[in-house]
Design a protein around this ligand. Structure first.
Ligand code: IPE
Ligand code: IPE
Ligand code: MG
Length: 245
């Protein structure tokens, strides 16, 4: 951690927490065992991110596509979400962490929605790390929702079609008010985005690691940050232009 350049930290890190099922299988256990162990990684990574001074952390916990998993796994995951949120909120609140949920939350069972609302309300005034949990989330769903909201505003005459620009678009996304992630991490070897933050990841540095999510710890986060800091972010410019700045 001492080798990190504290002046060049990303403000926002997004993580696709993948590999719980494969990790559990390797242990001769069922998939839910992997998800339970994944919660320990969430706790460690949230603590580490707060300690390092990251301002926004988005964790992909459940995708819209994940609803198509076997019913037993989906039910088990919902129970795990409700229990974990209830258990962790006091500590998160104590640590000044603000919880936000993004996704098609209407698809969640009533009990889960109540737990989320309680967690959001309790931590709303906190000023430390903003922890964004993507639940029942899909990037395409979010883009379609934004298009609908903007179309409605245009139909009502609240905005001119000509005035629609990238900032108006971003304001209609679930991540309104949050900076785009500069770094996206995916665990467990898969090199794809899987419908995560399609708009917001436009210029993120992508970091893929073989480490499975239940084994991901602070040192793995630091390794990702060191790799991030070793890259030159050019945003379309030339290397010479970047080095002049
Ligand atoms: C990620 O782990 C957690 C969720 C998608 C809920 P997986 O459950 O996808 O684990 P693998 O990819 O099958 O190993
Ligand atoms: C992506 O993981 C979603 C989450 C981590 C919540 P998946 O394991 O569902 O992704 P695919 O299906 O392998 O792309
Ligand atoms: Mg997976």
């Amino acid at each position: 951690m001492e080798t990190l350049d504290m002046k060049r930290l990303p403000k926002h890190i997004a993580i696709i927490m993948d590999g719980n099922g494969r990790w559990a299988k390797d242990q001769g256990q069922d998939r839910l065992f992997g998800h339970y162990h994944g919660v320990i990684s969430v706790r460690r990574v949230v603590e580490a991110a707060a300690e390092i001074g990251i301002q926004y952390l988005t964790l992909y916990a459940f995708s819209t596509e994940n609803w198509d998993r076997p019913a037993e796994e989906v039910t088990g995951l919902m129970t795990l979400f409700v229990d974990t949120i209830a258990k962790e909120v006091p500590d998160l609140h104590q640590n000044n962490i603000k919880l936000v949920f993004i996704g098609n939350l209407g698809m969640l069972p009533e009990e889960a929605r109540a737990a989320l609302k309680n967690a959001t309300d309790q931590t709303a005034q906190n000023t430390g790390l903003t922890l964004i949990i993507a639940l029942s989330y899909s990037g395409r769903w979010e883009l379609v929702e934004a298009a609908k909201k903007i179309a409605e505003k245009a139909l009502m005459g609240a905005i001119e079609v000509e005035a629609i620009d990238e900032s108006i678009f971003a304001e209609n996304l679930a991540t309104k008010g949050f900076p785009d992630p500069e770094l996206m991490i995916r665990t467990s070897g898969e090199c794809r985005i899987s419908n995560f933050l399609l708009y917001q990841l436009a210029y993120a540095e992508l970091y893929f690691t073989e480490t499975r999510w239940p084994e991901f710890r602070k040192e793995n986060l630091v390794a990702a940050l060191l790799e991030y800091q070793s890259r030159e972010r050019r945003f379309g410019k030339t290397s010479a232009q970047i080095q002049q700045i």
